[in-house]
Structures are given as structure tokens and as C-alpha cells.
Design a protein around this ligand. Structure first.
Ligand code: GTP
Length: 351
């Protein structure tokens, strides 16, 4: 089976981390978000994925020079202007010559969904498309989907206020399509899945939905990126044995607290550091007496002596000077150099 993976968005909610790295190329506990999506697709029989590219397409093409990742053959569909969700899928179908049932996934959705069961449900119903649904506590940030007992979609309500939401089931960003399901999206023109294609398919009774059990997260915000990283540490997302994720740290054994962490290749942890419940991607240096808690430190960043990082994300190769404090959901961009001894509390740097 083939899949289209949507990875062309600007990732503005994750700025400044996405200024020169597309969000799906940000590592999430040792592998990029995209590689996590691809390996999940592979486990459900996907052999070829078309990456629908728009923002920073070269970064993807350079990262996978062999046209393959996680055992999945890659094709690239590059947009010269953002085509929005449905326009992007329509172009990808055309570019890769997809001519049978295929999966579509938003590249920032990480889940344990059983894709095989969604495809089987779709084929049994015989519609042109099927949307996977997931329940959330607060649907006001999402598109809510109302369906009948057979799973036929009746309506879409975009970002309803929490109190008036007709259901807590939202569009999970995972779809199964027949190629004809996109015929209404004009080739090469920006078209929205949620605003045009799905409502039209629903009107003609061709759109079905299926509530999926399991873990689901939209990893496109700093809070959710942090959340999914810590969930992976606790084995919630991939169910992978954490010990297999641990890597050697500069010739010494990990201490008790450090074993609650993912420590990537080439990391240096100096004396008396306190690193807990955190992800240190490759080549990170944590200098003496520094504290890192409930945080994600991206490759090559340096946490200076005595600095404190709590519940925050530090970007690739950023430098947090000695004695600095970075806390409360702060996000420090790639290559940022903070002022010595600064305090960053719930801010994005640069803002
Ligand atoms: P924000 O700017 O933070 O909202 O992120 P985003 O631009 O990625 O948008 P959003 O999360 O709503 O997009 C959902 C999925 O569709 C993501 O995987 C995006 O990469 C992708 N996407 C959004 N717009 C486009 C587009 O115009 N072209 C392509 N190829 N993908 C898109």
C-alpha cells in the first residue's frame, strides 16, 4: 500500500524551532518525527510513501539521499506554493501515479493507531474516504466530526467552543482515500481537506469515520512536543524497551536519575549534573552542576555550568550560559546564545 505524508506546513506554532528545520525533521527521542511516522506506516504494510513537501523541501531530500527511510521507499511531491491539505494530497497522487486505495497522514501526528483496521473498515464501507477519529478533553483547538451509527459523516464543526461542541471526537489527521475522492480538488490549486473535500464527500454520503483507540498526539506545539517526548520515555507511544534507547555517556555509567532519560550518542555529562525525566539528543553537553528536568535538549546544545532547564525545549546547538535559568515551557531556538545569567520564564527566544 502507498501513503501520502503531509510535511509541507510552516510549523508556525513551533517557531522558533522551525525557522530552518521543518517540524517533521526535529528529532523526537533519537529519531525524527517523520521517521517515527514512516516506521509506523511500514508496520502496517506501507511500502512507498509520497512526501508532500512545501516548506524547506531540500532538508528532506538531503536527509534521505537514497530515497528510502525506515524500510519505506520515498517519493517527493514538491509544491511551488502551499497547496493546503487537499491540494497537497491531490498533487502527490498525481506525481506518484497512485491508482488504488491509499493512506494519508499528517506528518506531525504520532499515534499507536492500527492503520490496518482503518483500511479494512474503509474497504468494508465502500466510501471514497474514511477519517480516523480520536477523543479529546477539549475539542476547541480541533475539527470535530459528527457521524451516524454506521460511521457515515454528517458534519464538521471547526474549533467549537468547549461547552457547545457536539462531540469530543476530532479529526485525527489520518485518512484512507480512493484516488477519485480527490477529483473535486483542482490540480495545483490550494484546497482544504476540512473546508472543501470532506464536507462535499459527506454531502454525497461518501465519507466515513472510525473512532480509533490508542495513543494520539498532534506534536506541533512546544507543549505537545515536550509531552510526546516524555511519553516516549515512559514507553507510552512506541512501547519500546527504554534500556535499548540508552547510549553510553563519555565512558561512565549512567547515574540513577539519568536512567529516567534518553541520552543520545556523543553526549557529555560533566560532574554533579542533575538530569531527570528528560531527552538529551546527540552531542549535547551538560556542564558541571547544571540541572535539566522534564525537558528536551536538541542535538549539539550546550547547557552551561550551574544552569537550570525545567519543562522547556533548547534548540539545536544553542548555548545556555552558566547560571542561566530556562523554565516554564520556554523554547530556545537553534544556534541561540543567551546572555550570561539570564532568566527565561515561559518565553520563546527569539520571540
Ligand atoms: P502550524 O503553522 O504550526 O499550524 O503548522 P502547519 O503549517 O504544519 O499546519 P498544520 O499542523 O495545521 O498542518 C497539518 C499537516 O499538514 C502538517 O503535517 C503540515 O506539515 C501539513 N500541511 C499544512 N499545510 C500544507 C501545505 O500547504 N502543503 C503541504 N504539503 N503540507 C501542508
Amino acid at each position: 500500500m502507498k501513503a501520502v505524508v503531509l510535511v509541507g506546513g510552516f510549523g508556525s506554532r513551533l517557531r522558533p524551532l522551525t525557522i530552518d528545520v521543518p517540524k517533521q525533521m526535529i528529532p523526537v527521542v533519537g529519531v525524527t518525527m517523520l521517521e517515527r511516522v514512516l516506521s509506523h506506516l511500514k508496520a502496517h504494510g506501507v511500502t512507498e510513501a509520497v512526501l508532500a513537501l512545501g516548506y524547506l523541501p531540500d532538508v528532506f531530500q538531503e536527509a534521505f539521499p537514497d530515497g528510502e527511510s525506515m524500510g519505506v521507499k520515498l517519493r517527493y511531491s514538491v509544491e511551488s506554493e502551499p497547496l493546503d491539505t487537499a491540494g497537497a494530497v491531490r498533487l502527490a497522487v498525481e506525481t506518484a501515479g497512485i491508482d488504488s486505495t491509499f493512506l494519508v497522514v499528517n506528518g506531525d501526528i504520532l499515534s499507536t493507531f492500527d492503520f490496518t483496521s482503518i483500511v479494512n473498515f474503509h474497504k468494508n464501507k465502500g466510501g471514497l474516504a474514511t477519517v480516523a477519529l480520536t477523543p479529546v478533553d477539549d475539542p476547541s483547538r480541533f475539527g470535530v466530526v459528527v457521524s451516524d451509527e454506521q460511521g457515515r459523516v454528517r458534519s464538521f464543526v471547526e474549533k467549537p467552543p468547549r461547552e457547545t461542541a457536539p462531540t469530543s471526537l476530532i479529526n485525527a489527521g489520518v485518512y484512507v482515500f480512493e484516488p477519485e475522492g480527490l477529483d473535486m480538488a483542482p490540480l495545483g490549486e490550494p484546497t482544504s481537506m476540512e473546508r472543501l473535500v470532506f464536507p462535499e464527500l459527506a454531502k454525497s454520503d461518501q465519507l466515513f469515520s472510525l473512532e480509533m483507540p490508542g495513543y494520539w498526539i498532534d506534536a506541533g506545539t512546544p507543549a505537545s512536543l515536550l509531552q510526546v517526548s516524555l511519553d516516549i520515555l515512559r514507553g507510552k507511544v512506541v512501547g519500546k524497551d527504554l534500556s535499548a534507547l540508552q547510549r553510553a555517556v563519555t565512558g561512565r555509567d549512567l547515574s540513577q536519575t539519568e536512567t529516567d532519560c534518553y541520552v543520545g550518542e556523543g553526549c557529555v555529562l560533566e560532574d554533579n549534573v542533575d538530569v531527570r525525566n528528560s531527552v538529551l539528543e546527540s552531542q549535547v553537553t551538560v556542564c558541571a552542576q547544571a540541572t535539566v528536568r522534564d525537558s528536551v535538549i536538541l542535538p549539539g546544545a550546550v547547557i552551561g555550568e550551574g544552569a537550570l532547564i525545567d519543562s522547556s525545549i533548547v534548540g539545536h546547538q544553542a548555548f545556555v550560559p552558566p547560571g542561566s535559568i530556562v523554565v516554564n515551557g520556554s523554547v530556545i531556538s537553534r544556534y541561540a546564545e543567551l546572555m550570561p545569567g539570564c532568566q527565561v520564564v515561559g518565553e520563546r527566544v527569539p520571540s
